[in-house]
Design a protein around this ligand. Structure first.
Ligand code: 9MG
Length: 353
C-alpha cells in the first residue's frame, strides 16, 4: 500500500501562525516559522490517487498510524545543518566552474574568477555556496572524476575557511570524498546518490549533510518526452524511497535534504505542479531545497530565451518556495533574492496595531 501524502494548505505566518498553533487549530510546518491549518490528503497509487482536504484538527484526531507518522514528519523542527538553522529561508549561491552550464557556463571557468564570484555572492547575502564542476543542464555530457575535481578543488580551497559553508555539487563518490577532506560542509547530488555505486557509502563516510534531488533519467536524456501519471506523487515516493535506502545504509534522515528537481526530466506542466505543491515535501521529514533559478520553464512562461534575463521569474519562484516553508533556495542572483525574501518576510510577519 502507498503511504499517504499530506500537502499543507492554508499557510499562515507571524502572529496568526503562533495563535493557530497555540489554540490547536494549526501545526508548525517543519517547526516554523510558517504554520498550516488544513492539508490535502493524497491517498493511493499514481494515476489513481484520491484527494480531499482535511482540517488540522481532523488530521490530529485521526487514528491512522501512517497518517500520524506523516503529520509528525510534517511538523517536526529540522536540526541545523552545516551550521545553518531554518528560522528563515536560506540562500544557496551558485558557483559553476564549468564551460557549459545553461546560464553562466564559461563565466567563472578559471579558479580565480570562480573564487571572486563566490566572494561576491557572500557579500550579496548568500548563506551557503554550491560549487559545481560538471554541468547538469539538459543534454550535458559526463565528465570524468579527475577533471571534475581539477575544476572544483582549487575553488573549494580558495573559499574554505570563511564563515559561509560550502556545498559541492557532484554525483561522484571520489569527488565527494575529496570535497569532504577539503572543507566542504554539504554534498549536493542531483542523482540522489544513484549515479555512482560508491556514492552512498562515500556520502555516509563524509558525515556531511546530503541533498537528494529527483531527476528522471540522466542530464543527457532527461528532457526527451518525460512522462508521469502523477508527478507530485511519483517524485514524493521516489524521494521517500531514497531516504529509506540512505537510512538502511546508516545515513540518517537528520542529515538529508530533499529536492523535487525542477527541470530535471520535467515538462512545464510538471514543474508548475511541483512548484504549487512544494509544501507536501515537508512530509518527508527533511529540509527542502528548491532550484528554479533562471531555468527553462521561466523562459517558456515569459518567452525569454536568454537565461540571464529570467531574474524576475526566478524571484517569483523563490518567493513561492519561501511561502511554502522551503528551507533553501539555490539561486544565481543572490542580492535580488535576499531583498525579495526580506521584503516578503516583513510583510508576512507584520503585526497589526
Ligand atoms: C546542480 N543543480 C542544478 N539544478 C539544481 C537543482 O534544482 N537542485 C539541486 N539540488 N542542484 C541543482
Amino acid at each position: 500500500m502507498t503511504a499517504p501524502i499530506l500537502r499543507p494548505d492554508g499557510l499562515i505566518y507571524g502572529a496568526a501562525a503562533q495563535a493557530a498553533v497555540s489554540s490547536g487549530a494549526g501545526g508548525w510546518l517543519a517547526g516554523g516559522p510558517a504554520a498550516f491549518i488544513r492539508a490535502e490528503l493524497i491517498e493511493g497509487a499514481p494515476g489513481k490517487a484520491r484527494r480531499r482536504i482535511l482540517t488540522y484538527q481532523e488530521l490530529t484526531a485521526s487514528r491512522e498510524p501512517a497518517l500520524a507518522t506523516r503529520l509528525a514528519h510534517l511538523c517536526a523542527p529540522r536540526p541545523p545543518m552545516a551550521g545553518l538553522d531554518w528560522a528563515r529561508t536560506r540562500i544557496m549561491g551558485i558557483v559553476n566552474v564549468t564551460p557549459d552550464s545553461f546560464s553562466d557556463g564559461g563565466l567563472y571557468q578559471s579558479a580565480p574568477a570562480a573564487i571572486a564570484h563566490g566572494h561576491r555572492l557572500i557579500a550579496d547575502g548568500a548563506d551557503i555556496l554550491d560549487i559545481g564542476g560538471e554541468s547538469t543542464r539538459p543534454g550535458a555530457a559526463e565528465l570524468d572524476e579527475d577533471s571534475e575535481w581539477a575544476r572544483i578543488g582549487p575553488v573549494l580551497e580558495g573559499l574554505a575557511g570563511k564563515d559561509t559553508p560550502l556545498s559541492v555539487d557532484t554525483r561522484k563518490s571520489g569527488v565527494m570524498t575529496r570535497a569532504a577532506a577539503h572543507g566542504a560542509r554539504m554534498l549536493n547530488d542531483v542523482s540522489a546518490l544513484g549515479f555512482d555505486d560508491g556514492a552512498l557509502s562515500a556520502a555516509r563516510a563524509s558525515r556531511l549533510p546530503v541533498v537528494l534531488m529527483h531527476a528522471k533519467g540522466s542530464p543527457e536524456t532527461m528532457q526527451q518526452a518525460p512522462h508521469y501519471e502523477d508527478v507530485l506523487v511519483e517524485v514524493f515516493h521516489y524521494l521517500e524511497s531514497r531516504i529509506a535506502l540512505c537510512e538502511q545504509a546508516g545515513l540518517a534522515r537528520g542529515r538529508l535534504i530533499v529536492d523535487p528537481g525542477i527541470g530535471f526530466g520535467k515538462t512545464l506542466a510538471h514543474n508548475l505542479t511541483l512548484l504549487s505543491g512544494l509544501s507536501a515535501f515537508h512530509g518527508l521529514g527533511c529540509p527542502v531545497l528548491l532550484g528554479a533559478s533562471r531555468k527553462r520553464f521561466i523562459g517558456e512562461l515569459s518567452d525569454e530565451p536568454e537565461a540571464a534575463r529570467r531574474v524576475p521569474g526566478s524571484l517569483a519562484a523563490a518567493l513561492q518556495a519561501a511561502r511554502q516553508g522551503v528551507q533553501i533556495v539555490r539561486v544565481h542572483d543572490v542580492r535580488e533574492t535576499r531583498q525579495a525574501l526580506d521584503v516578503q518576510e516583513a510583510i508576512l510577519t507584520a503585526v497589526s496595531p
